[in-house]
Design a protein around this ligand. Structure first.
Ligand code: BLA
Length: 510
């Protein structure tokens, strides 16, 4: 293909996945000009519609479809034009001969893109009616992890896939399997993390616009769109197409995992891609456009639930930080000897800012608990901390960046959050976090040999997980914005207490 540069593992983010020029076998595609002149047709239109691309291209679509059908499509395209999403018709008798199709129509550039999938015979058509009860059950969950677990279970029931995961993106674009529901005989992916490159940037951009994709058969034949380019030299933009064939690199990834069908469903939060439902099946699995539409609705409603729970959680965090302030003021109201209050302080603070270790350095004394630096090493680090901008909380998720000797013990302590609690000499409360690569262990069977495809070991989930582990060597989990805010509030609180008590002491002395 003239317009496709060769793709390897280093330039995945440049693969133009929206213009690969092929559709999957479960549907066919016809692109027309806005006056319904056929421009492009996928080769499988012959099998699916009984319409040969050669006879269609360059002729009005009205010569090939009944007037009634064309009228219907025209009206539907107007609706699509008004709200930009695809217009859907389920079970349309396209040729008035009893053959039913699910049809999607949308506008792509200056073209109309029509996609036809033969309507599968199905026992039940309760898809849409299932969605609301499932969402109702999800919203009863408390906290984000709980609703994610419920959602994985719900989507598995709705879609029938063997494994459904909730995959959440971290700040750096890597991702975590946050929840999972799977057939009992399958191993788990729960808790595993993957580098940002596993779902490259352009794919994440696309998934914000097009919320669902089905790869019905990882080994299935794909069908080329002809002609590949318009007379102006442009390929058909398949960004919103539902039959778009996906990146061969990604197909290899799935094959290496033993997966034969994959479906993913975007989860959006405040206009950003928060994560996605990743669904695997261990044999080919096609679900029709009508059920995919129910799945898409499920995803949209879940995104609303998530927004709700997220703002609940944020409000709760603000309340927790406020309560921490109140309790600390109460406890330290008579004396600010932090060292004497070490355990209480540690208990209170670790409840609001999770960490693996805690230390206080005050009045030239040092005490610690959990994963922490020993006193001589802390004193060395304190000299670095003393050079930081004063009166500010400092957070670092790879300590060796600011303190190179920390590379020696990066597998123990990798992240710190330091709260200066006096002016000079500088006293600190410090929270420590361990290396994240140490916490997360591969949950699959480590004895299973990794399979090798043409692109090498990297495209297996275990190797990919290991690649992620390499990336995060020496790093702790990041200190999140609300945690930094809570620490900042705490700094102000402690300073207030110190100042008030020293004023009182001065007054008493005077
Ligand atoms: C797409 N990669 C994807 C998708 C997922 C993942 C869910 C969306 C497509 C789909 O529905 O299958 C990744 N799937 C995962 C991960 C898990 C999972 C992490 O189940 C964990 C359990 N992929 C790579 C590398 C490259 C790559 C190294 O691992 C490139 C160098 C590319 N992934 C890649 C591309 C797409 C993709 C190009 C887009 C596919 C498309 O929509 O055309």
């Amino acid at each position: 293909q003239a317009f496709t540069p060769p793709v390897d593992l280093t330039n995945c983010d440049r693969e133009p996945i929206h213009i690969l020029g092929k559709v999957q076998g479960f549907g066919c595609l016809i692109a027309t000009s806005s006056d319904w002149m056929v421009q492009h047709v996928s080769a499988n239109a012959t099998d699916i519609l009984g319409l040969d691309p050669e006879t269609l291209i360059g002729t009005p679509l009205s010569e090939h479809l009944p007037a009634e059908t064309l009228h219907h499509l025209r009206t539907r395209m107007q609706i699509s034009g008004q709200n930009a999403g695809p217009a859907r018709t389920f079970g349309l008798d396209v040729f008035e001969d009893g053959r039913l199709f699910d049809v999607s129509g949308h506008i792509s550039g200056r073209s109309f893109v029509l996609e036809f999938e033969p309507k599968s015979a199905r026992r039940d058509l309760h898809d849409l009616t299932m969605v609301q009860p499932l969402i109702a059950r999800i919203s009863e969950g408390e906290g984000i992890e709980s609703i994610c677990r419920r959602a994985a279970r719900g989507l598995k029931a709705l879609s029938g896939f063997d494994r459904v995961m909730v995959y959440k993106f971290n700040e750096d674009g890597s991702g975590t399997v946050l929840a999972e529901d799977r057939q009992p005989e399958l191993g788990t992916f729960l808790g595993l993390r993957y580098p940002a490159t596993d779902i490259p940037q352009q794919a994440r951009e696309l998934y914000k616009r097009n919320l669902i994709r089905l790869i019905a058969d990882v080994n299935g034949e794909v069908s080329p769109i002809v002609p590949e380019l318009s007379p102006e030299g442009a390929p058909v933009d398949l960004s919103l197409a539902t039959t778009r064939a996906v990146s061969p690199i990604h197909l290899e990834y799935l094959r290496n995992m033993g997966v034969e069908a994959s479906m993913s469903l975007s989860i959006l939060h405040q206009g950003e891609l928060w994560g996605l439902f990743a669904c695997h099946h261990y044999s080919p699995r096609y679900i029709d456009y009508e059920l995919r539409t129910a799945v898409e609705l499920f995803g949209q409603l879940f995104s609303y639930e998530l927004a709700q729970k997220t703002s609940d959680a944020e409000r709760q965090h603000i309340r927790d930080a406020q309560n921490l302030h109140d309790r600390i003021v109460a406890r330290l109201s008579h004396d600010a000897a932090f060292m004497d209050r070490f355990d209480e302080l540690a208990d209170e603070i670790l409840q609001v800012i999770p960490a693996d270790g805690f230390a206080v350095f005050s009045d030239d004394r040092y005490a610690s608990r959990g994963i922490a630096l020993d006193e001589p090493e802390f004193r060395r680090l304190a000299r670095v901390l003393n050079t930081a901008i004063s009166g500010q909380v400092l957070t670092v998720d790879n300590l060796s960046r600011i303190h190179p000797p920390a590379a020696e013990y990066a597998d123990q302590v990798a992240g710190i959050l330091a709260i200066p609690i006096s002016r000079s000499p500088r006293d600190y409360i410090v929270l420590f976090r361990r290396e994240v690569a140490q916490i997360v262990k591969w949950a699959g069977d480590p004895k299973k040999p990794a399979q090798v495809g043409p692109n090498g070991l990297r495209l297996t989930p275990r190797k990919s997980f290991e690649a992620w582990q390499e990336l995060v060597r020496g790093h702790s989990t990041p200190w999140l914005e609300p945690e930094r805010r809570a620490a900042e509030t705490l700094r102000v609180t402690l300073l207030e207490v110190v100042l008030r008590l020293s004023e009182e002491a001065n007054r008493e002395r005077a």
